[in-house]
Design a protein around this ligand. Structure first.
Ligand SMILES: [Zn+2]
Length: 396
């Protein structure tokens, strides 16, 4: 048994004046908590609760006060982490209107009832899709913005004992999967790469030098571009999970580390190469695959991806580059598709990492110490932020 799988369904809404007021008050509480937390240099939810709770308005239901504290705690936590890396990180505050609560709301037939003050409620009509998604499931929390409501829901899933593993490898224009049953598949994502690179071009050609307008225009383009890339990623993650479900495979993906910085300037890569490598987010794809897989009870494993693109997936020896994105293994003579080879290595690592996998599968030693830059070029394009399994979004 693993912890419950969580998904979210989102629906548009028009917030009333009363609701906007509530969101505004909630945001204010979050910011009060951030100030208090910073003053006392705490970011733990418990400590922040005891410090901040007495300072929050008693007009607000207790669960909203706790919700605000918990959001402030996670903002403070992220701020601390960011500050460790960049000393100049700006002090955070909650800018957007929003509210999240695990308590107080209720679904009564097709209406969502939400208290705005003690014993004073607003109601939203839930649409057919939302109701259908939620039927029979446990609604855990509600999040509001001025134009949307998101309900997260969960179910307890028993984990399926994997009968094999599928490795998921990311490349510039595709995602390649390879299963321990020897099948492999490639999912084309060149369209996503193109959308992203068009966006970058628009950005670079934008000449106006007014920061405020720039920010506004870019965020509008950014959103448009996300809206176009997201369905492509959803489509791929769904196919991968459906296939794994049919074969009762565990899913193996590479553990993302903070190596994204290595794709920045000064490591011998051209600017365009770096830009393309930082294109659509593999972290986002991982996040989607993970929550969909968990929903189906499939096992998800993250393994270090060191050398997966170089090692021969047949004998473990270090391969040499060949033409047409192929690799040649001087040890066993195999000619391998580079993308598929990496996915195969991931799947094999999943097998090794699982408790009942073969214990002694030998790793052939490297002949020479690896040059870091070389690995990066070969392994290109794999690294972004770690997927966050606790946040999920709705499937479209
Ligand atoms: Zn070989």
């Amino acid at each position: 048994m693993q912890s419950p799988a969580i998904k979210t369904v989102r629906q548009k809404l028009q917030a009333s004046g009363e609701l906007i007021q509530l969101l505004d008050e909630f945001r204010r509480m979050v910011n009060v908590c951030i100030m208090i937390g910073n003053e006392h240099d705490v970011s733990s939810r418990m400590t922040l609760s005891s410090l901040a709770y007495p300072h929050l308005s008693r007009e607000m239901p207790g669960y909203y006060r706790l919700g605000a504290i918990s959001i402030a705690a996670s903002i403070l936590h992220n701020y601390r982490k960011a500050r460790k890396k960049h000393a100049l990180t700006r002090f955070p505050y909650a800018k957007r209107l929003m509210l999240t609560s695990c308590y107080g709301f209720k679904i009564v037939s097709d209406l969502l009832r939400l208290p705005v003050r003690p014993r004073r409620y607003v109601y939203f009509k839930l649409n057919g899709h939302t109701l259908q998604v939620l039927s029979g499931l446990n609604v855990r929390s509600v999040s509001l913005t001025p134009n949307a409501v998101s309900l997260s829901y969960s179910k307890e899933t028993a984990e399926i004992e994997p009968e094999g593993y599928v490795g998921v490898d990311r490349n510039l224009d595709n995602v390649t999967t390879a299963s321990t049953d020897r099948t492999a598949q490639t999912f084309d994502l060149s369209q996503a790469t193109r959308i992203k690179s068009n966006y970058r071009m628009v950005k670079s050609q934008f000449k106006r030098n007014d920061t405020r307008i720039r920010t506004r225009v870019f965020s509008k383009y950014g959103e448009k571009q996300r809206n176009r890339v997201q369905p492509l990623l959803h489509n791929v993650s769904k196919k991968i999970v459906d296939d794994a479900k049919t074969k009762r495979n565990g899913i193996v993906m590479e553990k993302l580390t903070g190596m994204r910085r290595l794709y920045r300037r000064g490591n011998g890569q051209s600017r365009n190469y770096r830009a393309r490598m930082n294109s659509w987010s593999y972290g986002e794809l991982q996040r989607q695959i993970e929550y969909k897989a968990r929903w189906e009870g499939l096992k998800v494993i993250y393994v270090p991806a060191w050398n997966t693109s170089k090692q021969c997936s047949i004998c473990g020896y270090k391969t040499l580059e060949s033409i047409h994105r192929r690799l040649w293994c001087p040890h066993c003579g195999a000619i391998l598709d580079r993308d598929e080879n990496a996915a195969r290595n991931l799947a094999a690592r999943g097998l090794r990492f699982s408790p009942d996998g073969p214990p002694g599968e030998a790793m052939v030693e490297e002949r020479e110490p690896e040059n870091a830059t070389l690995i990066l070029k070969v392994d290109g394009g794999k690294l972004s932020q770690q997927a966050n399994p606790s946040i999920s979004s709705t499937e479209t």
